[in-house]
Design a protein around this ligand. Structure first.
Ligand SMILES: Nc1nc2c(ncn2[C@@H]2O[C@H](COP(=O)(O)OP(=O)(O)OP(=O)(O)O)[C@@H](O)[C@H]2O)c(=O)[nH]1
Ligand SMILES: [Mg+2]
Length: 330
């Protein structure tokens, strides 16, 4: 471990916000110092409730996360926010949402907000986000909200790595159930129809209700594959509640908080919490291992040889699998 790290970890855990911000930057970059810091933090992790918030662009995720943070805070909980989204108003670690409401949060030691770019993390987005969440967990934040745009698979994976996944819908985006199209419904533990002040919210909620209940098969609007996956997702005895919200003024947000808390109780009560933790850790372990082994191999054989083999495959001198065998050895 580098000289500075032990004190940096200690300071961050004691509530020094600048140390916390520096520690987060350190683990985002996945340097050697980062590994040491993460090892030191590990025994203190595993206490936070990690809540993923995802959905189509513009559905109001950031606004909802702001309001969730504010209302959770009002209830006495401490809250960490990780916004994985370059277009997020959480730019530069500052809360720039609704300024009047945010004034309640700015300067509050019980809230910490961090935004991160969705590109440019060496070990991938999931790994970098996981590391940032671990730091906030160790620092003692009760709930950690992770906002991602449900656009690409990487973003969806990040949201799904949470204990509880909230999928946000909104009416008037040209599609009644956007989350269904994006493959997000099957990962939803709580469904939010935001912008309930707009026409079409009740209809969107009804459409979701039908999908959840499987009744939509008769409407012909949902494919059999979607339904099968939904049913499988629900065999653990949890039916995702559908909550209508107006994130702009906080309407319905307490209900989301209750639904999220109920899901946590469900995970604990059914023994699923430990199972999810282990599955998540196993996946992380494999991801890190994959990155590490690839790095080692590339350090040994060199990029040049990989490029050369790619050229030879393209020219039909060799094939993909023979090339891989050549690279990894017998
Ligand atoms: N009418 C209405 N507008 C809302 C509501 N919640 C959010 N908005 C508005 O919707 C727009 C998008 O809100 P954001 O919170 O940035 O949405 P987002 O899902 O985080 O957007 P991306 O991160 O870019 O995908 C903003 O103009 C918000 O003010 C709501 O409940 N009602
Ligand atoms: Mg956003």
């Amino acid at each position: 471990m580098g000289n500075v790290e032990p004190s940096l970890v200690a300071q961050a855990l004691e509530g020094d916000r600048r140390a916390l911000a520096r520690l987060i930057s350190l683990v985002e970059d996945e340097s050697h110092d980062a590994y040491a810091a993460l090892a030191a933090l590990h025994p203190r992790t595993g206490r936070a409730h990690v809540v993923g918030v995802t959905g189509a662009p513009g559905t109001g995720k950031s606004t909802l996360v702001n309001e969730l943070a504010r209302q959770l805070r009002a209830g006495g909980a401490t809250v960490g926010v990780v916004a994985v989204d370059p277009s997020s108003p959480f730019t530069g670690g500052a809360l720039l949402g609704d300024r009047v409401r945010m004034r309640d949060l700015v300067g509050d030691p019980g809230v910490f907000v961090r935004s991160m770019a969705s590109r440019g993390n060496p070990g991938g987005l999931a790994q970098a986000t996981g590391n940032v969440v671990r730091v906030l967990d160790a620092a003692g934040f009760d709930t950690i909200l992770v906002e991602t745009v449900g656009a690409g698979q990487a973003e969806v994976d990040v949201a799904h790595a949470a204990h509880t996944t909230v999928v946000v819908e909104a009416p008037g985006l040209g599609d009644e159930v956007q989350a269904l199209k994006a493959g997000l419904l099957e990962i939803a533990d709580v469904l939010v129809v935001n912008k309930a002040d707009r026409p079409g919210a009740a209809r969107a909620a009804q459409a979701l209700e039908m999908v959840i209940n499987g009744a939509a098969s008769r409407e012909g609007s949902v494919s059999r594959g979607d339904l099968t996956r939904m049913t499988e997702a629900n065999t653990n005895g949890w039916k995702p509640p559908i909550v209508q919200t107006i994130a702009l003024d906080g309407t319905g947000v307490q209900e989301v908080i209750h639904a999220v808390a109920a899901h946590r109780e469900h995970l604990h009560g059914s023994g699923l919490w430990a199972g999810r933790e282990e599955a998540r850790i196993e996946k992380e372990l494999l991801d890190v291992l994959r990155t590490e082994l690839l790095d080692r191999l590339l350090a040994r054989v060199g990029r040049e040889q990989v490029r050369d083999l790619a050229r030879r495959i393209a020219e039909r001198e060799t094939d993909l699998y023979t090339a891989v065998r050549t690279l990894v050895g017998r």
